[in-house]
Design a protein around this ligand. Structure first.
Ligand code: AMP
Length: 482
């Protein structure tokens, strides 16, 4: 798609004062510790306030929730726009319960000093409390598509007053088979409305959806690759598939990992891994779709508070997990879609923090590693696997040479796992304030896209990346060259 690139201009990175937001919203932002708008907020808020539709290529972690929530709240606060009865005026659709809950929390936080009321509905929990809140009336509804349709069928929800319609993580909604549900919801909202559509990737289906739903949209792009890559140190261990748990245990036992989100491909795999860690006296919790909503929320709460250090999750369940200070993302199973890798590592290195992403790659997963390196145009640092757990070294080197083709080469070859640190740089914070790292990062929009992304998204040409500038850089004191 052709989109306005979001460039970083530190000189314009003032506070929120220039964006025309109500003082009640600004007070809430102060309270949340937001000092200055993130680039996507600076770019998206003004056109949304003007009533324009927006097509945003951005993923969670870039600050996009505030980019749409703040201008919507602002518009809801305008006296001329307030209707007498409390009706649903803003509808936000999200693919997963976790993401929906998180968007709702953001609305609650930003609207804390106002009378605007928001609520969230999703499946997996009783409908009754949701119904009661909806009957009392809300201005903003955040929902997953299935439960929304369910409640619409029950006659509890009327979307006839919706003025703002947001589709968040639209690509995920399609991946998860929500396309028919989204079409049904779309038919129920008035044609006269403002529509904001966000998606981490822009495959043809999203472009088609956008052209049907949006009217002359402002296009914004925060490249998913460049937005996650620079603040996150990315490394890989080549390991025998059967020894992955041993390697993971040794990594978790070094004391370097403050809090880690470990990804497995399947729910069953997540459960099994938690049991194995448990036997090694490493406390971990699993978050996946077979867990009850209550159990998922409990696990997430304990993870956020720091009571649980390790969470093992599947991709879908991990969408929307936003845990401050998450030091490590560990790919226990390599994702078989390169873009999933970008989503995963985006759980760390958020809001200006830095983080570490470690991947455990079995021989049969090399093909996935190659796809990741092609997409990100970045060669993951090779870490030396402890004796006895590695795959056969000669083959490893040969394979890494083959797979490295197409990906830019890192400065070094295999690096030693010499008990080195996996700590994020600067103890988890970038030096340039809350948004400094993120802004540098966003500056390189469009850069670092591999062929696969370009051909799918029709995105602009690859250019300089922050990642390329950082190639070969490592956290101080870690992974010394072999
Ligand atoms: P999101 O992409 O909306 O999921 O946001 C990612 C994280 O950034 C969340 O923890 C937000 O609370 C945080 N965040 C969003 N905007 C700002 C800002 N302007 N300053 C600091 N943190 C922010």
């Amino acid at each position: 798609m052709t989109a306005s690139p979001i460039h970083t201009d530190p000189a314009s990175a003032g506070g929120f004062n220039n964006l025309g937001l109500d003082s009640r919203l600004r007070r809430a932002l102060d309270g949340a510790g937001y000092e200055s708008p993130m680039p996507i907020q600076r770019e998206a808020i003004p056109p949304i306030l003007e009533g324009r539709d927006v097509l945003g290529c951005a993923q969670t972690g870039t600050g996009k929730t505030a980019a749409f929530a703040l201008p919507i709240l602002e518009r809801l606060l305008e006296p001329s726009d307030r209707s007498d009865r409390r009706t649903i005026q803003a509808l936000v659709l999200a693919p997963t319960r976790e993401l929906a809950a998180q968007i709702f929390e953001s609305f609650e936080c930003y609207a804390a000093n106002t009378t605007v009321r928001a609520t969230v509905v999703f499946g997996g929990v009783s409908k009754r409390p949701q119904t009661q809140i909806l009957r009392r009336g809300v201005d903003v509804l955040v929902a997953t598509p299935g439960r929304l349709l369910d409640l619409m069928n029950d006659g509890v929800i009327d979307l006839g007053s919706v003025r703002f319609f947001v589709l968040d993580e639209a690509d995920r909604m399609l991946d998860m088979g929500f396309a028919p549900d989204v079409r049904r919801v779309t038919r129920a909202v008035p044609r006269q409305r403002q529509t904001l559509l966000f998606s981490a990737t822009m495959p043809r289906e999203i472009e088609a959806m956008a052209s049907k739903l949006l009217h002359d949209p402002v296009r914004l792009a925060v490249d998913p690759i460049s937005s996650t890559a620079p603040p996150v140190e990315q490394s890989v261990y080549f390991v025998d598939g059967r020894r992955k748990t041993d390697l993971l245990k040794s990594l978790l036992e070094t004391g370097e990992v403050d809090r880690a989100l470990v990804f497995t491909r399947t729910k069953h795999g997540a459960n099994r891994l938690v049991q194995k860690l448990d036997r090694a006296r490493i406390e971990a919790a699993a978050i996946h779709g077979n867990k009850s909503q209550g159990a998922r929320e409990r696990a997430l709460r304990r993870f956020k508070s720091g009571d649980t250090r390790i969470v093992v999750a599947t991709d879908i369940a991990a969408r929307g997990i936003d845990v401050k200070g998450l030091s490590h993302v560990i790919n226990y199973d390599m994702p078989n879609e390169a873009e999933t890798y970008v989503h995963r590592i985006g759980r760390t290195g958020r809001a200006g923090e830095s983080g570490v992403a470690l991947s455990l790659c079995a021989p049969e997963e090399r093909v996935h590693l190659a796809a990741i390196e092609r997409l990100t145009r970045r060669r993951l640092d090779r870490l030396k696997t402890p004796e006895g757990l590695a795959t056969e070294p000669a083959r490893e080197e040969r394979d890494s040479r083959t797979h490295g083709r197409g990906a830019r080469r890192g400065a070094g070859g295999a690096r030693k796992h010499a008990g080195g640190s996996h700590r994020p740089r600067n103890g988890g914070k970038t030096s340039g304030g809350t948004t400094g790292g993120r802004e540098r990062n966003l500056d390189s929009r469009g850069a670092g896209r591999g062929k696969s992304t370009e051909s799918r998204s029709g995105a602009g040409s690859a250019s300089r990346t922050s990642g390329s500038r950082r190639r070969g850089r490592r956290p101080a004191g870690s992974h010394r060259n072999a």
